[in-house]
Design a protein around this ligand. Structure first.
Ligand SMILES: [Zn+2]
Length: 190
């Protein structure tokens, strides 16, 4: 069940719905898309801490977005190309898929690890991308990464941070190929 704040732009909502449609395990869960000022990020996905938090089956999730990208006030989220925005949401929902598999105590450990250890963050970001690839968004997340890495108005410091914490488009391609060859292998043994 999707709840969208009324001040979310229709195009942004459409892109979010397109990404969410691909993640069938999340369709029974409450997902809240909220516009919010975020200090040092453009988007974030979190489990909602309420009565449902303690039971995986009842857990609700929230994706916060702000109007502009954190990278550059002049790059506005509603102006991003459609594939780029769908890919970005596919990554955020990849985090939700990761949370979805975790118990509440594991989620608390995860939250602390993310805050305290940079290497933990690298693992979490890769996991979100791997879910996106698994659910058919390889092309969209590649579009997002290529846009952020090549757009001239985006500062180099941000591009460096991206390559430090996130999979590069080349790594996504390698993961897709590995997955494809894995599928062929499974087919052969069956
Ligand atoms: Zn992320």
């Amino acid at each position: 069940m999707l709840h969208v704040d009324p001040d979310i732009n229709q195009f942004v909502q459409d892109c979010f719905e397109e990404a969410l449609a691909g993640y069938s395990p999340l369709h029974d869960h409450t997902i809240h898309l909220r516009r919010k000022y975020l200090k040092d990020m453009t988007m974030r996905a979190q489990p909602m801490v309420n009565g449902g938090f303690f039971r995986k089956s009842a857990r609700a999730y929230r994706v916060d977005i702000q109007d502009h990208t954190r990278i550059n006030e002049s790059v506005r989220v509603p102006d991003l190309p459609q594939r780029v925005l769908v890919g970005w949401f596919a990554h955020e929902l990849g985090h939700v898929m990761d949370y979805h598999q975790r118990s509440w105590s594991n989620l608390i450990k995860f939250g602390l690890g993310y805050l305290l250890f940079p290497t933990f963050r690298v693992g979490a970001e890769r996991k979100a991308d791997l879910y996106a690839i698994e659910y058919g968004f390889a092309e969209a997340i590649t579009a997002t990464k290529e846009f952020l890495l090549t757009e001239s108005s985006i500062p180099n410091s941000y591009k460096n941070r991206l390559t430090r914490y996130y999979m590069t488009p080349e790594e996504v391609e390698i993961m897709v190929k590995k997955r494809e060859s894995g599928t062929i292998f499974r087919d052969r043994i069956i």
